[in-house]
Design a binder for this molecule. Structure first.
Ligand code: FRU
Length: 921
């Protein structure tokens, strides 16, 4: 989608550029030329007409610019103006030079720079120009001369008023006129004056020669302006009608020469066209690199009374045509601007159209895309909705399942209570029976204690589940808290006295009635008191204080028992958390349950403890009842339904079970010894009891004690619990199996962890058997006996013969090494009669006792027996050899005298060595 948009954006830009380009191409190509025009003087009618003609022609060439400069009859000014024009980057220069000589250098300069130069009317003194436009002034002068000859009858005086000296028309017209009148010998130019092309100057000069005018027949002025001036002087002198005047220019319109002829101001004028139109058209031909004529000579004619009307007529027509043209041009330009604006509108319309097509396309495309996205979103929505519904359904199912599970759990927990109660009551009956009690009291009390323990655990689990699923609420009543606590404390008095513990309830007397749920707070208190009793050693103290402070009542249970580390105290309220040292004393649920029960009371339970110094548990109960909801508040008194049961449940297992019997040294020692390592007191007692019927039993309640006992006693077999307070049974097994002193001892691991993986794990620790709790004692006993029998078979294998001891595979490499080392030391010292057990134990790096135990366990004989046996066996072997005498052999096998050797040999083999040798031979 994003990629598509990108492509469309690019497409759009290209289209816009194309449109812009096409609109540029469609426009008429404009010339854009800069035309510089330097005029010698611009104020007179002839020059104005010239400029008008130029502009008229220019209007046919769009875009060209005319930069106009007027020198006002000053050649210097004109030269600097041309310079200026050249600096303004003109494309072409049109110049009508005031005087030929002063203007020639600047025109040459322009020409040599490559700027085309069109000279108009007056000339320069060089041919360095591109084109010339103007009438032939010599011819014009000549035409005027000829005409003067005709109208004067071929004789008479002539006064000539000339133009600016140094300007080319003045020079040429004068020459031409002289030529024109030369055919008429009677004609004579009596006076020549310079009027500088100006009316005023002409009048001034003419006034100076007024004395000659009386004899003058004709005045020839180089332009109509000066001719008009002459007329005015003549009129002043009263000679206006007598003297004929001929001028030059023949301009049409008001104030022009034609008008003057018609008005009889002058007799005639020779037409001198301005050439403005031609100059512009020639300039464009040059600029556009078209062919052009360098010398453009304009036609002329004499205008007098005979053709003046015709000229006027023609002028009027021309003039009206001109106006028509101008109007049409205006119309044209209106049309042009209309066309341009329409073109612009068209372009805008086309662009808008294209854009709307493009945007329309894009909009359509995005509409389609949106539809697709909407469809996808709709589908997603459906999916999400479906998933949501499924989730709701699933969570409802899960809720139902949890509910069902909870119900099942609660039901089954209650179900457990029934058989337990059914065990308890006949059991208690049996305990009351003195005969039975004498016979099996100890076992029955063990059963009773554990039934109560089971009951407590089940009750706690049921409560905990209820709290966990928010199914438990408190039903509080107003009670006497001190009396309530005292009642519970009393039920622990017996246990405390037995352990000589100072159990005290200290209250500051005046405590108002407190609101609490008797059937919940009792559990908290029972749990705290029984914990305190369990962890407080004999002769310790447990002080319970009750006091009111800060809108609450605080119950503190302080003991001076073993206490907890900070880490243990931090976790003590977590479910199933058990500090490593007290796993045999609780399920790990009691404190967490108690905390929850206190929270239900909107109160709290907290702990402070120091290792080996003691623990303080503090209950906080708010005063009053405002913190309880209406549903929680109960006005009727509530039955303390579980108080009695709780008292039994929580106090029954505080007192230690029957103490482990000390080794009775007076009793006959059993052949084989078993070390039982177990942290559960009852289990330890039970096993010790049962096993001691057949075995000598050592006991240990931790890994460390177990290890020490194993090294010290070197038992024949070890039964060890996997979960021990300090380290696991597996670690213990690994350590014993990798120690020379104990490596031979079979180990049975006992555990509640029954997964296959855990069993394999146990076996990997080199344990010999792995028995899962709960176990059948007969099974355990069979396993014990089986392992001891196997050990016996192994012993007979080791003791059978020297040579065969290496052939059989020995599973325990350490034991094999021990036997090899031991037998090697013995073999090396057979001849040494002073060889002692001490020397062997020193060489092997174990104690004398360990050596005895290990040799007994592995070889089933004493060390001295083994040495004697080896001596006799070697003697037997040597006796078969002829090389040694009996007395030699006596010393070779380490006997002090042949007689002693003989006696010992006979007692073992039933014959003297000499008899044995004889028999073999
Ligand atoms: C105008 C004018 C004309 C004359 C021409 C000669 O300035 O004096 O009357 O014909 O210049 O250059």
């Amino acid at each position: 989608m994003h990629k598509n948009l990108h492509i469309y954006k690019r497409f759009l830009i290209v289209i816009i550029l194309l449109i812009a380009l096409s609109s540029c191409v469609n426009k008429t190509k404009e010339s854009g030329y800069r035309i510089g025009f330097s005029q010698c003087v611009g104020s007179d009618l002839w020059r104005k007409t010239m400029l008008e003609e130029m502009k008229m022609e220019l209007s046919l060439h769009q875009g060209a610019e005319l930069i106009y400069k007027d020198a006002n009859n000053d050649s210097k000014v004109q030269a600097s103006q041309v310079k200026q024009l050249l600096n303004e980057n003109i494309d072409i220069l049109i110049i009508s030079p005031n005087e030929a000589r002063p203007l020639t250098p600047i025109v040459e300069q322009a020409y040599s720079k490559g700027i085309p130069v069109v000279v108009i009317d007056r000339k320069i003194s060089s041919s360095s120009y591109t084109a010339y436009v103007g009438a032939d002034n010599y011819q014009i002068g000549k035409m005027a001369g000829s005409y003067a000859g005709v109208i004067s009858g071929g004789s008479g005086n002539i006064v000539e008023i000339m133009g600016l000296p140094g300007s080319s028309p003045a020079i040429e017209r004068q020459r031409g006129f002289a030529e024109g009148i030369s055919k008429f010998t009677g004609l004579k130019i009596v006076n020549q004056i310079y009027g500088d092309w100006l009316k005023g100057n002409a009048k001034q000069q003419l006034s100076k020669i007024r004395e000659v005018l009386g004899e003058t027949k004709l005045i020839f002025a180089h332009n109509d302006q000066m001719a008009q001036g002459a007329k005015e002087i003549l009129d002043q002198l009263g000679l206006g009608k007598k003297i004929k005047i001929i001028g030059i220019d023949g301009l049409p319109g008001q104030g022009g020469g034609i008008q003057m002829i018609d008005d009889k101001v002058i007799s005639a004028s020779v037409l001198y066209p301005t050439g403005g139109k031609e100059a512009i058209s020639t300039a464009f031909r040059i600029l556009n690199k078209e062919s052009f004529v360098k010398e453009n000579i304009l036609q002329s004619l004499v205008i007098d009374s005979s053709n003046v009307k015709l000229m006027m007529l023609q002028w009027n027509r021309f003039s009206s045509q001109q106006k028509d043209i101008e109007r049409q041009q205006e119309l044209l330009s209106e049309q042009q601007s209309l066309f341009e604006s329409q073109q612009l509108i068209l372009n805008i319309t086309v662009v808008t159209l294209v854009l709307s097509v493009v945007f329309g396309g894009l909009a359509f495309f995005s509409l389609l895309e949106n539809r697709k996205i909407n469809k996808r979103l709709e589908a997603n929505n459906h999916e999400i909705l479906d998933q949501r519904n499924q989730l709701i359904e699933m969570s409802e199912k899960a809720e139902r399942a949890t509910e069902a599970k909870l119900n099942f759990f609660t039901n089954i927990s209650h179900e457990f209570r029934t058989p337990l109660t059914l065990i308890l009551s006949p059991l208690e009956d049996l305990l009351k029976d003195e005969k039975v009690n004498a016979l099996a009291g100890q076992h029955l009390r063990l059963i009773q204690k554990n039934v109560y323990r089971l009951l407590r655990m089940i009750n706690q689990l049921i409560d905990y589940r209820k709290i966990e699923h928010e199914k438990m609420d408190v039903r509080v009543t107003k009670n006497d808290l001190i009396a309530f606590i005292r009642e519970i404390v009393d039920s622990f008095k017996h246990s405390a006295t037995k352990k000589n513990i100072d159990l005290r309830l200290i209250s500051s007397g005046n405590i108002a009635d407190i609101w609490f749920d008797v059937n919940k707070l009792d559990k908290v208190l029972f749990n705290l008191f029984s914990n305190a009793l369990k962890f407080t050693p004999a002769n310790g103290t447990i002080h319970i204080t009750i006091e009111t402070r800060e809108e609450a009542v605080w119950v503190r249970v302080r003991d001076n028992g073993e206490g907890m580390s900070t880490e243990e105290a931090d976790h003590v309220f977590e479910h199933f958390y058990q500090a490593s040292s007290n796993s045999q004393k609780g399920s790990g649920l009691g404190l967490s349950l108690s905390k929850e029960l206190m929270k239900l009371h909107h109160g709290d339970l907290s702990v402070e403890s120091k290792k080996w110094q003691g623990t303080i548990f503090t209950i906080k109960l708010l005063l009053g009842s405002a913190h309880f909801s209406d549903a929680e508040l109960v006005n009727d008194s509530i039955l303390k339904e579980e108080l009695y049961e709780n008292a039994r449940i929580y106090t029954m297992d505080i007192e230690d079970g029957p103490s482990v019997k000390n080794q009775d040294h007076l009793m006959v020692l059993k052949d084989q010894t078993i070390l039982v390592i177990e942290d559960n007191f009852d289990m330890l007692n039970y096993l010790s009891d049962k096993l001691s019927k057949e075995f000598e039993v050592y006991i240990a309640n931790s890994g460390e004690n177990g290890l020490n006992s194993a090294y010290e006693q070197v038992p024949d077999l070890i039964i060890c619990d996997v979960v021990l307070p300090d380290f696991s049974g597996r670690v213990l097994s690994e350590r014993l199996k990798s120690d020379l002193r104990t490596s031979h001892i079979p180990i049975i691991l006992l555990t509640a962890q029954g997964s296959l993986e855990q069993q394999i794990n146990g076996m990997e620790s080199m344990a010999d058997a792995y028995i899962i709790k709960p176990f059948n004692f007969d099974h355990l006993e069979a396993t014990v006996k089986n392992l001891l029998r196997n050990r016996f078979l192994l012993k007979s294998h080791y003791t059978s013969d020297i040579s065969s001891s290496t052939k059989q595979p020995v599973s325990k490499t350490l034991d094999k090494k021990f036997i090899n080392d031991f037998s090697g030391i013995v073999e090396q010292n057979l001849s040494n009669e002073n060889f002692s057990v001490d020397e062997i134990s020193k060489k092997l790096g174990i104690s004398r006792v360990q050596l005895y135990r290990k040799v007994k366990a592995l070889l089933d004989c004493s060390v001295t027996d083994y040495i004697l046996n080896r001596r006799l066996k070697k003697a037997k072997y040597l006796l078969l050899n002829d090389r040694y005498s009996i007395s030699e052999i006596t010393y070779m096998v380490g006997f002090s005298s042949p007689n002693y050797f003989s006696t010992v040999f006979k007692s073992k083999y039933g014959m003297r060595p000499s008899e044995f040798k004889k028999n073999q031979v």
